[in-house]
Design a protein around this ligand. Structure first.
Ligand code: HEM
Length: 252
């Protein structure tokens, strides 16, 4: 018997590869599942699907900019008054915002956690013989496209929701705010680049969802590729079109 186990309350030393008594304390299965790589991948995929749903709905709503200021501002206003008067103004919008924030945090959290897990399971990097046979460009860039989209989002909120980054911001005039923002060429360029990177992220995300949820038979590769490409291309073309439309005077 070792000294450590003789002291009252002291834990028995862990022996690698052996059954340890402290491991026997079963955690509730969702906690157990979330601590495995498969669980984290599921969480990342499900939060990713929710975020893709938001990105698509937001892009679709923004298309109203082509109908003019009245339609676009009415649409922005209607988001605040959804379910009114059953609930107070802004209630559903805040509910959706909270859901969205939760999805962002869960998505980023599981990505960080998975990266750490991969790093600890392979402490020695094999830099020199790093080969990218299976991983394509989109897959390799997931981490940094993800962070850039995150910082873009913070700027985007400061620009069009809070107005701090937009000198001509007028509360309630979403159309005017978008035009004022995208009239500055460097901001238009920034939005275009950020949305192209989002497109790359969405493409690989759309492809990975199936893998993470266990649908990885090569039989479905065509459908997976088709879905990922279609989704990413539609969202990217529409999102990039907004700053371009303002720059070319189509929306003014
Ligand atoms: C060029 C494309 C985009 C345009 C023109 C645009 C436009 C807007 C506008 C006008 C608002 C403010 C709405 C209001 O307060 O009434 C807004 C809010 C927001 N946008 Fe975008 N957006 C674009 C792309 C994106 C993308 C790609 C994302 C996500 C990655 C995103 C996420 C958000 C979020 C989270 C809000 C805050 C919603 C809220 O809480 O009210 N947007 N956007």
């Amino acid at each position: 018997m070792t000294q450590a186990t003789e002291r009252p309350g002291a834990e028995a030393p862990k022996v690698k590869g052996h059954h340890n008594p402290s491991d026997a304390k079963a955690k509730p299965w969702p906690v157990e599942f979330m601590s495995t790589a498969v669980g984290k991948k599921w969480i990342m995929a499900i939060s990713g699907i929710a975020l893709m749903g938001f990105v698509f709905a937001h892009m679709f709503g923004n298309l109203k900019i082509y109908l003019g200021p009245t339609d676009y501002n009415d649409y922005a206003h209607s988001l605040r008054t959804l379910l009114h008067p059953i609930f107070p103004n802004g209630f559903l919008l805040w509910l959706m915002r909270l859901g969205l924030i939760a999805m962002f945090l869960i998505h980023i959290g599981s990505a960080i956690s998975l990266t750490r897990m991969n790093q600890t399971s392979r402490p020695v990097k094999y830099q020199s013989q790093r080969r990218y046979l299976a991983a394509d460009f989109a897959a390799r860039t997931m981490r940094w496209t993800g962070w850039i989209v995150f910082f873009y989002l913070i700027y985007h909120l400061a620009d069009l929701t809070w107005g701090w980054a937009n000198p001509d911001f007028v509360y309630g005039d979403a159309y005017g705010n978008v035009v004022a923002s995208f009239e500055r060429w460097y901001i238009a360029l920034f939005y275009i680049v950020a949305n192209l990177l989002l497109g790359i992220h969405l493409y690989h995300g759309g492809w990975s969802i199936f893998q993470s949820l266990g649908v990885n038979s090569p039989r479905y590769n065509g459908i997976r590729r088709g879905f990922a490409v279609t989704f990413a291309v539609i969202v990217t073309i529409a999102n990039v079109s907004f700053p371009l439309a303002v720059q070319f005077g189509i929306v003014s």
